[in-house]
Design a protein around this ligand. Structure first.
Ligand SMILES: C[S@@+](CC[C@H](N)C(=O)[O-])C[C@H]1O[C@@H](n2cnc3c(N)ncnc32)[C@H](O)[C@@H]1O
Ligand code: SF4
Length: 505
C-alpha cells in the first residue's frame, strides 16, 4: 500500500469556466508561498485531496464533527421554551428563509451499529399518536414565525421516515403546508432518509408527488457476513430498485450512506461494495467511520468487538475508498462526504457558497432551522435549541401546550465569530482573514494569536499554509479538517477530557 496518495482527479471541465485554475499548493503551482500571491486571494477551490497515511495516523484523535458550534455538549437547560419563543419572534425582522427538520424515530428492526435516536418496534399503531403531537408542535412553531417567511429546506430524518404509511406521509406533508409556505420545487431542497427495506413499490413515486426532490439511502455494506453481524440484512436488488425508482421519478440528488469499521470488513471486501455503488453512480456518497460507543448506545453491545477491524485495517479501507472514489470521479467535499463534480455541493464548494448544519452540507446558508419532533435540534438566530429526547416527555410537553425545547445555548459574540471561522474552514478549506475582520470588526492576528500558534505544527507537517492574509488547507490536510477546526474551538480543552466524541478518522 502506498504511503502517500494524491487522489487528484480533474474536475468536470464545464464547471471550470474562466475560474482561476492553479495547483493547490505552492509546489504544484510553481509559486513558493508568499511569492507574489496571498492565500486569501487564491481563486476558487482546486478540489484535490491527498491521503497521507503517516499524518492521518499521527493526528488520529477524538473530536467533534462540527454540525454545530458550540457542540451539543455545551447545551444547557437555561435555554428554555420562553427564551426560544422570544428569539424566534425576534428573527422575523430579518425575513430570512426557513428550514424544517422532522424527526421520525421509529424503525422496524434495530441495526446493532446504530447511533441515531430511534425506537425499534413492530407496532405501527405508535405512529399516529406521535404524528398528532407533531401536528400540534407544527401549529405552535408556526405561530412564532411570520407567514411570509419561505421554507427553502425541509428534511425528514430518523429513525426511518418511511415507517409511516403512505397516508400518514401525505398527511404530514399536507399539515406542514397548512402551517408553512414551501418554496417551489426548483428552489427548495426537500430531502428524506430512506431505508430501502422500508420503501416498496410506489413509495418513491409518492414521496416525489408530495414534494421530495433529494434522498439519502442507507446501505452501509453489501457483504452478507457484515450485514448479518450488524443485523441489517438488505439485498442489492432492494437498494438498486429504490435508486432506479428515484431516478425515474426525478429525484435530483441521490446520496448513499456507507459505514467502514463494521465487523468482518477488510479493504478488499469494502471495495466490492464500493464498486457496486460506483457502478450505479449516485450524485453523493457519505462514508462514515463507525462510531463504536457501546456505553452510550445499547444495541452496539451486541456487536462482537473481536470481529471489528483493527485501526490499521480501518485506515486501509479509508485510503482505498478515497483513492477508488477519486479515480471514479467523485470529489471529497469534507467530513465523510463525497460528491460528483457536477453535483450542487461540489459546485457550491467551488463557488464559495457551501454551508454546513445539522443535516450535513447544504447550499442554503442563511436559514433559521426549526427542529420538529422528539430530539430535534433547531438553530434560530444566534441560538441552538433541542427538543425533549424521550417520547413520553415530548408527549407530556406538547399535551400541556408547551413547546418541548428543554436545553440549548445562546451564542455569545466569541462563539459566533468562532462558528464563522470553523464553518468557512470546513466548507471551503481556506480562510480569508480580511473577510472575518470586516464581518466582525476585529484584527484577526490579535484576536486569534493563540489559536494560530496551535496550527504551527500542522503548518510544519504540510497540512496547511498560513500567511498574513489567510489560511489555506493543503490537499493532505483535507482529511484532517476536524483537527484544524479544533484549534479554533474555545471549548476544546474542557471537552478533551470528556471522551464523548468519535475518532477523527
Ligand atoms: C438515521 S440513519 C439512516 C436512515 C435509515 N434509518 C437507514 O438506516 O437507512 C443515518 C445514517 O447514519 C449512519 N450511522 C448510524 N449509526 C452510525 C454509527 N454508529 N457510526 C457511523 N455511522 C452511523 C448510517 O450510515 C445511516 O445510514
Ligand atoms: S440505521 Fe436506520 S434503520 Fe437501522 S436502527 Fe438506525 S435509524 Fe433504524
Amino acid at each position: 500500500m502506498l504511503e502517500k496518495t494524491d487522489t487528484t482527479k480533474t474536475q468536470d471541465p464545464s464547471a471550470q469556466g474562466s475560474r482561476h485554475q492553479e495547483g493547490f499548493d505552492g509546489q504544484a503551482s510553481g509559486h513558493p508561498a508568499g511569492a507574489g500571491r496571498s492565500l486569501a486571494s487564491e481563486g476558487a477551490a482546486d478540489q484535490r485531496t491527498v491521503f497521507d497515511l503517516e499524518l492521518i495516523q499521527r493526528y488520529d484523535q477524538s473530536g467533534p464533527r462540527y454540525t454545530s458550534y458550540p457542540t451539543a455538549v455545551e447545551f444547557d437547560p437555561a435555554f428554555d421554551e420562553t427564551r426560544y419563543q422570544q428569539v424566534c419572534r425576534e428573527t422575523n425582522a430579518s425575513g430570512r428563509p426557513l428550514s424544517l427538520y422532522f424527526h421520525i424515530p421509529f424503525c422496524d428492526t434495530v441495526c446493532f451499529y446504530c447511533a441515531c435516536n430511534k425506537v425499534a418496534t413492530k407496532d405501527r399503531s405508535l405512529v399516529q399518536p406521535y404524528l398528532h403531537r407533531v401536528y400540534k408542535e407544527l401549529e405552535m412553531q408556526s405561530a412564532l414565525f411570520d407567514d411570509d417567511r419561505l421554507v427553502e429546506q425541509l428534511h425528514w430524518g430518523g429513525g426511518t421516515p418511511t415507517f409511516m404509511s403512505a397516508e400518514q406521509m401525505r398527511e404530514l406533508m399536507a399539515e406542514t403546508r397548512k402551517h408553512f409556505k414551501l418554496a417551489d420545487d426548483e428552489v427548495g431542497e426537500y430531502s428524506i432518509e430512506i431505508d430501502p427495506r422500508e420503501a416498496k413499490g410506489d413509495t418513491i413515486a409518492l414521496l416525489r408527488e408530495i414534494g421530495f426532490n433529494r434522498m439519502s439511502l442507507g446501505v452501509q455494506d453489501f457483504d452478507p457476513r457484515v450485514q448479518k453481524a450488524v443485523n441489517r440484512v438488505q439485498t442489492e436488488d432492494e437498494t438498486f430498485a429504490v435508486l432506479e425508482a428515484a431516478r425515474r421519478e426525478g429525484f435530483r440528488s441521490i446520496s448513499i450512506d456507507l459505514i467502514y469499521g463494521l465487523p468482518h470488513q477488510t479493504a478488499e471486501s469494502f471495495m466490492d461494495t464500493l464498486d457496486k455503488i460506483i457502478a450505479v453512480g449516485p450524485e453523493r456518497l457519505s462514508v462514515f467511520n463507525y462510531a463504536h460507543l457501546p456505553r452510550r448506545f445499547m444495541p452496539q453491545r451486541r456487536i462482537d468487538e473481536d470481529q471489528l477491524p483493527p485501526p490499521q485495517v480501518k485506515l486501509e479501507i479509508l485510503q482505498a475508498t478515497t483513492e477508488r472514489l477519486s479515480e471514479a470521479g467523485w470529489l471529497y467535499i469534507g467530513m465523510d462526504h463525497f460528491a460528483r463534480p457536477d453535483d450542487e455541493l461540489a459546485l457550491a464548494q467551488r463557488n464559495g457558497t457551501l454551508y454546513r448544519n445539522f443535516q450535513g452540507y447544504s447550499t442554503h446558508a442563511d436559514c433559521d432551522l426549526i427542529g420538529i419532533g422528539v430530539t430535534s435540534i433547531g438553530k434560530v438566530g444566534a441560538t441552538y435549541g433541542q427538543n425533549r429526547r424521550e417520547l413520553d416527555e415530548y408527549y407530556a410537553d406538547i399535551d400541556a401546550g408547551r413547546l418541548p425545547v428543554f436545553r440549548g445555548i445562546e451564542l455569545n459574540r466569541d462563539d459566533e465569530i468562532r462558528r464563522d471561522v470553523i464553518t468557512r474552514l470546513i466548507c471551503h478549506f481556506k480562510l480569508d482573514f480580511g473577510e472575518i475582520e470586516r464581518a466582525w470588526d476585529l484584527n484577526f492576528q490579535n484576536y486569534f494569536g493563540r489559536d494560530l500558534a496551535k496550527l504551527e505544527g500542522m503548518q510544519a507537517d504540510g497540512l496547511l499554509e498560513i500567511d498574513s492574509s489567510g489560511i489555506r488547507v493543503h490537499p493532505k490536510g483535507r482529511m484532517l479538517i476536524r483537527n484544524i477546526c479544533m484549534a479554533f474551538d474555545a471549548y476544546m480543552e474542557a471537552k478533551q477530557g470528556q471522551g464523548g466524541f468519535s475518532k477523527v478518522i
